[in-house]
Write a protein that binds this ligand. Structure first.
Ligand code: KIV
Ligand code: NA
Length: 270
């Protein structure tokens, strides 16, 4: 299987129609990437790894090194999906030049194909700067977690008319600036529809209804690694329970010396 490309992802939406919705999940490690790769069009090395892997309170403290290292692992573990790396907070907002340096660093360190950054109109110049210089950019509008300190929490966006209009115009600006896709997070369904109809490139929804051109979730969330997840997450599994039960059994077998058995034990030859 040959690796998909950014133009092929972009090309999945033709004249406003996406016949074949885009499948995206987060991946942070090589083995996780291996397991997801064949089933996904895109793997996102999300800065959600701050909470999921590092136990941080938000994505704000996530560093370039964290993103580069996990992105390299995900590229090593995959050969089919397009790997997109989140630009961490602080690495791109100040100027297009800073954004280019950071994006180039991430792509060179990892071999990933594209970066994702949060924000609308304020990032349009940066998106144009990067795309004109060879770096594909995925946008991210609506609930933008890096802005948690401005937003005051992770509630759904676009409930007021002003906010709704802003999200649609933000997405339109990113599309016009050259973004190849836009993540739409945590918005009411009419906004997801409006954005998807307003822009030429595909929308990828998370908590943004079924009316986007694709969907993304945090893999650990959909596998049921965490008890508490946002309402928009469907828990397809309860992996936390599986892990707990397995570890409980291991601990009991170590304590009653029923593990290891002869099968797991080396003996001298002859
Ligand atoms: O960091 C992340 O995982 C994301 C997705 C949930 C869109 O940005
Ligand atoms: Na993110």
């Amino acid at each position: 299987m040959k690796r998909l490309t950014v133009p092929r992802i972009r090309g999945r939406k033709v004249d406003g129609v996406t016949a074949d919705p885009l499948v995206m999940l987060t991946a942070y490690t090589a083995r996780q990437a291996q397991l997801l790769d064949a089933h996904c069009d895109l793997l996102l090395v999300g800065d959600s790894l701050g909470q999921v892997i590092y136990g941080l309170p938000s994505t704000v403290p996530v560093t370039m090194d964290m993103m580069a290292n996990h992105a390299a692992a995900v590229v090593r573990g995959s050969y089919h999906a397009v790997v997109v790396v989140d630009m961490p907070f602080g690495a791109y907002e100040a100027s297009p030049q800073l954004a280019f340096e950071s994006a180039a660093t991430l792509l060179k360190a990892s071999g990933a194909a594209a970066v994702k950054l949060e924000g609308g109109e304020a990032m349009a110049e940066t998106v144009a700067f990067l795309t004109q210089r060879g770096i594909p950019v995925m946008g991210h509008v609506g609930l933008t977690p890096q802005a948690v300190n401005m937003l005051g929490g992770y509630m759904a966006r676009g409930r007021s008319d002003a906010e709704a209009d802003k999200i649609v115009s933000d997405a339109r600006t990113l599309d016009e600036a050259g973004a190849f896709a836009v993540v739409v997070e945590g918005v009411v369904e009419p906004i997801a529809i409006a954005v998807t109809e307003a822009i030429a490139c595909p929308t990828i929804g998370i908590g943004a209804s079924a009316r986007c051109d694709g969907q993304v979730l945090v893999t650990e969330d959909m596998l049921g690694m965490f008890e508490r997840v946002p309402r928009f997450v469907k828990k397809y599994e309860n992996i936390a329970e599986t892990i707990e039960n397995t570890v409980k059994q291991y601990a009991a077998e170590v304590q009653d010396r029923s593990f290891p058995t002869a099968e797991q034990t080396y003996q001298p030859k002859g």
